[in-house]
Design a protein around this ligand. Structure first.
Ligand code: C5P
Length: 415
């Protein structure tokens, strides 16, 4: 953990969902990372985890509705002001609705309403139907518009006894998001790191996500890539002043200034990339492109037949997008690819540098604990011809993306 949390004041606001017990470990981890933690909780949260537990772990008295009754205390205002970051976790649908509407009917909502913390993070956890309810989605939109950073719930086994979206995100994700948001706040973010907008006037094309190759109208072949690295690269290139086209197989939230083109399959991605590359300065192929697609996807849903019947898919090789861009690159265009490897990282990446005619390969060992698919962190090695490899991380994907963009600037400037 970098020092982004050291001496920072974190107000952990805990509401009453089954995940409330996880607030204990969360506050312990914040304290371990050097932060000052104060906890405010709702009465319902107290029915899931005693205030005493959170008080011992945070090493501070906990603010509860019991403190509010009959006292003329303005503790909630002081606490709200004290916070560098508010972390609302777990956030129930009920409290999200209240905060989105500015209600202050308990000590937690009062504290949040009275706070002007620069960093506000919410980690919702609730039943999947409550999550998908349009009212909840509307409230989440409102909160994001008010400057709240949302950490999406995870999909998994819910208290209701089935698999669905609604579990509190992993604590590691919550900690990393807090770290990143405080770091961004401290330095005015990546925008500061790219203060002089080194990519102003440049066009950058980025690919993201795991491609989806149709089998029939309802099924597809895909892989474990989440698209997070590609989206982080697009954001970093934007922060550096570039005009960014992000060609993604997977839809995620991103800055409105990014020109997002959805291209689920490798063929669709190649068409979109070739069009975008006509006037681009750089290409970053972060997408995990499926190497194979069905020779002929079925027009209708394939039905099962007898139980022991075999069903074989006829696969053909997909176009190699990176290689095509590398082969067709015009003078001045910079091409960067990724190499997700499970063994012989450097040798394979160096081979790829040549075979794809790329200017740089970002190699990552997808089996390393902090690296790879669907994680928020990564650990990579940047490989260029006749240069010493540059090792980066482990750190957040957005911090890695900023380093890759810095390297892109160096390559472009050196041309
Ligand atoms: O050859 P390999 O798939 O290992 O190389 C990875 C790099 O090549 C990544 O940058 C990926 O985006 C790109 N790639 C591609 N088209 C493919 C396969 C991989 O652009 N069909």
């Amino acid at each position: 953990m970098s020092g982004a949390l050291a001496e920072k004041n974190i107000l952990l606001a805990v509401t009453g969902g089954i995940a409330a017990y996880k607030a204990a470990e969360l506050s312990r981890q914040y304290v371990k990372a050097g932060a000052n933690v104060k906890v405010v909780m709702t009465q319902t949260a107290e029915s899931f985890i005693p205030a005493k537990t959170l008080g011992i772990l945070s090493k501070q008295a906990v603010l509860t509705d019991g403190d509010r009754d009959g006292s003329a205390s303005v503790e909630h205002v002081a606490w709200g002001r004290w916070a560098d970051a508010i972390v609302l976790a777990p956030a129930t649908a009920n409290t999200l609705a209240k905060v989105a509407n500015g209600l202050a009917d308990n000590v937690l909502t009062e504290t949040l309403l009275a706070s002007n913390a620069a960093v506000k993070i919410m980690a919702p956890a609730m039943n999947d139907q409550m999550w998908h309810n349009p009212a909840t989605q509307r409230n989440l939109q409102t909160l994001q518009g008010d400057g709240w950073t949302m950490i999406e719930p995870a999909t998994g086994f819910l208290a209701e006894g089935y698999e669905a979206k609604g579990r509190l995100a992993q604590l590691e994700t919550i900690i990393l998001t807090t770290e990143q948001a405080l770091f961004d706040g401290q330095t005015d973010g990546q925008r500061d790191a790219f203060d002089n907008q080194p990519l102003k006037g440049r066009r950058v094309v980025v690919t993201a996500g795991g491609t989806k190759e149709p089998i029939d109208p309802v099924r597809f072949l895909t892989n474990r890539s989440s698209g997070k690295m590609g989206y982080a690269l697009a954001e970093a290139a934007l922060a550096a002043g570039a005009e960014v086209t992000l060609i993604a197989a997977t839809k995620r939230d991103c800055s409105k200034a990014i020109h997002l083109v959805l291209a689920p399959s490798a063929k669709e991605m190649l068409t979109a990339v070739e069009e975008a590359m006509t006037d681009a300065d750089a290409f970053i192929g972060a997408a995990a492109v499926s190497d194979f697609a069905l020779a002929k996807p079925f027009d209708k849903k394939v039905k099962k037949t007898s139980p022991d019947a075999h069903f074989t898919l006829d696969l053909v090789q997909n176009p190699d997008i990176l290689k095509t861009v590398g082969q067709n690159k015009k003078s001045g265009q910079v091409v960067i690819g990724f190499a997700a490897e499970t063994n012989d990282l450097l040798q394979n990446a160096e081979r790829k540098l040549k075979s794809k005619q790329a200017d740089m390969i970002v190699a990552n060992d997808v089996l390393a604990p902090a690296a790879g698919f669907d994680k928020d962190t990564n650990q990579v090695t940047l490989i260029q011809a006749n240069q010493v490899p540059i090792e980066i991380g482990p750190k957040s994907k957005s911090a890695i993306a900023a380093d890759i963009i810095h390297q892109l600037v160096t390559i472009l400037d050196g041309q």
